[in-house]
Design a protein around this ligand. Structure first.
Ligand code: ATP
Ligand code: MG
Length: 424
């Protein structure tokens, strides 16, 4: 037997209902916030991610599924959604649209070669948004509020937003120099990744999972102290809007992203539950330098976030929140005798086309077995057809909730059910 690849999962029908519910909800909220869907390819040129995600990131260094196609092009299964979205924004000249900024969202599979863990897969589904074109603290606050309220709308209360400002590239340069000074004397006490990061990308030391407990982490210089007045004002504005939008947040000085095109706001949404190992549900931030870095016009600013549906579902599970899933059907058609059985096929089809969720028995089972099946399907109504009903052109319609039943003329049955099921 051939098994599924490590780090992937089969989503079986019962679980798929949860996914559908979550995806529908994400689409609905996106729509209310006026974000439109964009669908980009699942594989892109490897070069796009090397540049767009960054050569020094774990994603590019360790986690990409890269392959040569039959014409020796290097392609990569997308590990995240921002690079492809920004590429598409540039390639399709969305910057020339009348409405700016463009407010986009995506839902789709991403691929990373990672160590498998609960809530960490090699194929996982991200929902994300990107707001590209113009910049305003109001946009940053809207994006964070969207992410926050996605979790709230599923009933998750124990969440918090961690937020920081990364300022602009010059401010970060000064900060990076201060970090090198801070860590350099004791760098031997850190992991090999951190040693490599010290000169290449010192801010990423603050993000290290292995050395998170080291005493120098707590005493490290704070980026906020290196921000100029303009950056400080921008950050204050964002926070002011978050207050008025009633988004609960905490400033986290160690929340950093090392790449040059990240500017100003960076945030994460975490679950506040000790039992959950992977607490980060969602990450995002402003990337004012990215469009230009990928070959687009200068001055196009952007902000976005991404979350995975896997971790959202895991969070719901650990918080004991169940989704209101529909697991019943409207009608089960029971028939007795060959002629009635054939008619049941036609009636089932007619009722389905009239908009009801309907099942019948395919195998001319005994009445009792068919009623049992109706029960398993959790049918709200059962229609019973025998030879006599066919002759009299009347069907027995049973309401399974209160066990009442009516005889209904065949040509009245759709109307009868519409009144009772759709409330028409
Ligand atoms: P982590 O620190 O958990 O590796 P990350 O920094 O790599 O996360 P991002 O690239 O910011 O994550 O992706 C945004 C979100 O996507 C994360 O907050 C997380 O919820 C989710 N995510 C990332 N990698 C995976 C994965 N391998 N499986 C499932 N969800 C993931
Ligand atoms: Mg990761």
């Amino acid at each position: 037997m051939i098994n599924m690849p490590r780090g992937t999962q089969d989503i079986l029908p019962l679980e798929a209902k949860k996914w559908q519910y979550v995806e529908n909800m994400l689409r609905k909220i996106s729509n209310n916030f006026c974000y439109d869907e964009i669908r980009t390819p699942i594989f892109e040129s490897t070069e796009l991610f090397a540049r767009g995600v960054g050569d020094t990131t774990d994603i590019v260094q360790k986690e990409m599924y890269t392959f040569l196609d039959k014409s020796n092009r290097s392609l990569t299964l997308r590990p995240e959604g921002t690079a492809g979205t920004v590429r598409s924004y540039i390639e399709n000249k969305l910057f020339a649209e009348v409405i700016k900024p463009q407010k986009l969202f995506y839902i789709g599979p991403m691929f990373r070669y990672e160590r498998k863990q609960k809530g960490r897969y090699r194929q996982f589904v991200q929902y994300g948004v990107e707001v590209i074109g113009e910049e305003s603290p109001k946009i940053d606050a809207e994006v964070i509020s969207l992410a926050y309220n996605i979790y709230r709308s599923f009933g998750l209360e124990n969440i918090k937003v961690s937020i920081n400002s990364l300022g602009n590239p010059e401010e970060r340069k000064a900060y990076n120099e201060a970090l090198v000074k801070h860590f350099e004397p004791s760098i031997d006490e850190f992991c090999s990744d951190c040693k490599n990061r010290l000169y290449k990308n010192p801010m990423r030391i603050l993000d290290c999972k292995i050395d998170a407990g080291h005493k120098l982490m707590k005493t490290a210089p704070k980026l906020l102290d290196f921000l100029g007045q303009e950056s400080k004002n921008y950050f204050d504005e964002v926070l002011k809007h978050l207050d008025s939008l009633e988004v609960k947040y905490e400033i986290d000085h160690n929340l950093v992203r090392g790449l040059d095109y990240y500017t100003h706001t960076a945030f994460e949404i975490m679950i506040d539950n000790k039992e959950v190992e992977l607490k980060t549900l969602c990450g995002g931030g402003r990337y004012n330098g990215l469009v230009e870095m990928l070959g687009g016009p200068a001055g196009e600013k952007g902000i976005g976030f991404a979350l995975s549906i896997e971790r959202l579902l895991l969070a719901l599970e650990t918080e004991n929140i169940s989704l209101p899933l529909e697991d019943n059907i409207d009608i089960f058609v029971v028939s007795m005798g060959e002629e009635a059985g054939n008619y049941a096929v036609k009636l089932t089809n007619d009722l389905r086309l009239a908009g009801f969720k309907v099942q019948n028995d395919y195998f001319d089972k005994k009445m009792k077995a068919q009623l049992k099946l109706a029960d398993r399907y959790k049918a709200s109504f059962t229609i019973i057809i025998g030879e006599q009903e066919l002759e009299e052109k009347e069907l027995v319609v049973k309401n399974m909730a209160n066990f009442t039943q009516d005889r209904v003329a065949i040509n009245e049955v759709i109307k009868y059910l519409e009144e009772r099921i759709k409330g028409e």
